[in-house]
Design a protein around this ligand. Structure first.
Ligand code: 5RP
Length: 263
């Protein structure tokens, strides 16, 4: 791996722990003004210093994050579909690598839609981005998207998606936690992070999910709604950090959450 690419990877994955807490705030790219992300700057600002990186689109980066931040950015470069359109899977590349370089981001991210009629186009986008990204030392994060079909989140399907992403050259893969998650990890030769998915019933549920994923081999989270849709988002991201970076148990993290939410 070239120095520039290694350096960018080390801005995303903390060298001290080999793990990462990425904060995903890219949801508006197909969902519009999602609940509690209506005004991105208001959601992002209190959380920014607790995130190892932020995952977002160029529009939200330019409008809602000050350029003097030291938090690394992971730029979503795929999209151009909407939740009310004919197919969420019909994504294209919306932002060129050149712009990612101009924005000085640490990595670029795109979704792949394996098993859909747009599988080939999204996988070719991944392959092409890896080739172009590697010319400039820019890592690529592949998101194994399931669209509206959340029931697709099982080990057989996710193993297939993650392995294909890695074979095409993704440097980091984002997927979902599922039963037998260790088989997904085993079959994927690059680091895996998990999304949180829709907001779970309780904070403890999200902390447990994070803990289980880390125990079974994920190197961290790229989490959104289970952090910023919490009534106490700062307490929540700090509790997640406790698990990811300090090997806290879900109960210890919940205690921390309860202490911090009052302060
Ligand atoms: C959508 C994404 C989101 O960033 C991802 O789903 C993470 O957010 P959440 O934890 O809310 O699921 O990549 O394709």
């Amino acid at each position: 791996m070239d120095w520039g690419l290694k350096n960018r990877m080390s801005r995303i994955i903390r060298p001290a722990t080999g793990r990462t807490v990425m904060l995903a705030v890219d949801h508006g790219y197909f969902l519009g003004p999602t609940s509690r992300l209506e005004e991105p700057r208001k959601t992002i600002e209190p959380l920014l210093s607790f995130a190892d990186s932020l995952m977002l689109t160029r529009g939200v980066l330019r409008t809602s994050v000050d350029a003097d931040t030291s938090t690394p950015m992971v730029l979503r470069v795929s999209g151009a579909t909407s939740v009310i359109g004919p197919s969420l899977a019909d994504e294209g590349i919306t932002t060129p690598v050149k712009e990612a370089l101009r924005l000085n981001v640490a990595a670029i991210a795109l979704s792949i839609f394996v098993g859909t009629e747009h599988e080939h186009q999204t996988l070719m986008s991944l392959a092409n981005l890896v080739s172009e990204g590697e010319e400039y030392g820019m890592p690529v994060l592949a998101v194994t998207a399931v669209g509206k079909e959340l029931e697709k989140r099982d080990a057989r399907f996710l193993s297939l998606c993650c392995r294909i992403a890695a074979e095409l050259g993704a440097h980091l893969v984002k997927t979902y936690y599922c039963e037998n998650f260790e088989t997904v990890v085993r079959g994927c030769p690059v680091p895996l992070v998990i999304a949180g998915g829709p907001k779970l019933e309780t904070e403890l549920d999200a902390l447990q999910l994070t803990h289980d994923a880390i125990q079974r081999g994920a190197i961290g989270v790229d989490m959104g709604r289970n952090i910023w849709q919490s009534d106490h988002p700062v307490a929540m991201i700090r509790a997640i950090r406790h698990i990811v970076h300090e090997n806290g148990t879900p109960r210890q993290a919940l205690e921390l959450f309860n202490t911090l939410k009052g302060s």
